[in-house]
Design a protein around this ligand. Sequence first.
Ligand SMILES: [Zn+2]
Ligand SMILES: [Zn+2]
Length: 361
Amino acid sequence: MSWGWVRRGGVHYDVRCLNHEESAMRSVHCLGDSKVTIGESPKPSADELSLVMRVKASAICGSELHALRMKPEELPAEYDNGGHEVVGVVEEAPAGSEFKAGDRVGARIVEGCGECTFCEQGYDTACLNKRIYAEPGGHAEYFRVGVRSAHRVPDGCDWPEGAILTGDGLGVPIRAARRLGDTKGKQVAVLGLGPVGLSNTLVQSWGGARVMGVDISAYRVNLAKELGAEEAVLGGESHDVEQAVMDWTDGRGADIVMIAAGRAEVFKTGFDLVRQQGTIIQVGELEELTFNPSGVFIRREATMMGSWYYASQDWPNMLAAHESGMPYGKLITHRFPFEEAQAAYDTFVSGESGKVVLTYE
Ligand SMILES: [Zn+2]
Ligand SMILES: [Zn+2]
């Protein structure tokens, strides 16, 4: 087997296709029902657009949980894992590219065509001809990524930190910070302190915003304080989050409410917590929900925005965060050898973790 491309809804995905040569690697295989194992898959190969890295670290993302929790029969065919926050050493790069074997690189998995008006702005994620490098999954010994969407891992961070720097870990909150603009001195309520909420807590606090974090996990509430939150409180049914936010903001409501939780009731709570003409930013993936905009949204004249992954225009700000000494490595609470992937996922879903990273020999 080797690799080719298929186009679905305007997006190019890489897929396996039959080939005479066969070279295998080990990768995490998602079995459904929250179980994983280490299996074999065909090793990807570089082409004129992409390089292959020998993976040194891969971070687990909350977006993987949907597939992890599927029933075995519901999993897509030939699905290995949803890993996409990957760093490693270049094994093979196309001739004439800026990379060579041995370079330290991280993967931005969404790569624009490089020619359209969006790509000219560095807004790859909006490109109508973007490529997504995500299969067979980044929790594997080798991973292929586009030459134009590979980023050099700078000195001063180890491999797990590199996976945070070049992946969702720093990319997602830096993108959200771009969307929000100057938040210095503003009061930001972050609802949900999984990795996305925690990383936004760090980036906003580091940038001078005043952050209150809310989560049902005491572990994550404490972690938010360590990452710079001015306040962090327990949420859930037996806690009056609205009162806590109103007390913190002298009854006005938060300037910005960031929704980093995947539950509809948290989304609705967000509108109760934002001040007049405040901003609500949705950064956590959410299923369909019913919502009446009249009461809080229209009368409160709120602004609602979204933010997705990161684009090449965000990379300079991510590097600047690294150079400023932002302690993004603190987002990592657990590191597991790749072979112990099951323990890593169990830790990730327990709610008693920040970023969980797999490491490779
Ligand atoms: Zn992700
Ligand atoms: Zn484009």
